[in-house]
Design a protein around this ligand. Structure first.
Ligand code: GLN
Length: 209
């Protein structure tokens, strides 16, 4: 399957590696015509203002919105910001997901962190896909947060996939969400040695989940 990775800025190469590991052909998307024939698109992490400005410059805003009407898009970190409806500051956004994000919600680069996340939806994918390890269960996903945003509001059509642990073991802020065929993660699965989020995306592209 041909799957696109928006290659304007950011860590698109890491996503391409992850897709290749799963046996798919990653296509680097820089111009509207590169979207032709793709079964889905990943928007990588990086710097969301830069990605947005370049997308405007290369005439990608409308083609990406049209693409999303029929095919899945997954945004990681800056990509999730770019997918959102509102980042509470002026910058070009696709406005596709009914979420409000808080950019750099944890502070500066030095405040980046890693933590294990409970993501029940991944166990489901594992059970459904042939590449699962045969032991679906509550295996945590290692979340790598690099100057990450938070999803501070998710609309009624948005399914929350993961939250950070809150104070006292309660429910913390949203860090992964799905709205139909759109996926947003505040962290970077492409940097973790765990392909489950990429497999979830492939399943979305196949229309399996
Ligand atoms: N801080 C970046 C932004 O606001 C996102 C960082 C990332 O993608 N790792 O766009």
């Amino acid at each position: 399957m041909d799957l696109g990775v928006l290659a304007l800025q950011g860590d698109f190469a890491e996503h391409a590696h992850a897709l290749r590991r799963l046996g798919h052909n990653p296509v680097e998307v820089r111009l509207p015509r590169d979207l032709e024939g793709l079964a889905g698109l990943i928007i990588p992490g990086g710097e969301s203002t830069t990605i947005g400005k370049l997308a405007v410059k290369y005439g990608l805003m409308q083609p990406l919105r049209v693409f999303a009407q029929t095919r899945p898009i997954w945004g990681t970190c800056a990509g999730a910001i770019f997918l959102s409806q509102d980042a509470r500051r002026p910058q070009p956004l696709l406005g596709l997901m009914d979420i409000t994000v808080a950019r750099n919600a944890f502070g500066r680069q030095v405040d980046s962190f890693e933590t294990d996340l409970d993501v029940p939806a991944l166990a489901e994918v594992e059970a459904k896909t042939a590449r699962g390890n045969g032991q679906p269960g509550p295996r945590p996903f290692h979340g790598i947060f690099i100057r990450a945003p938070l999803i501070e509001r998710a609309g009624p059509g948005v399914e929350v996939l993961a939250r950070l642990p809150g104070p006292g073991g309660g429910q913390g802020p949203i860090v992964a969400a799905r709205q139909g065929r759109l996926l947003a993660t505040a962290f970077h699965p492409e940097l973790a040695a765990d392909d489950r989020f990429h497999r979830l995306f492939v399943s979305l592209a196949r229309g399996e989940v």
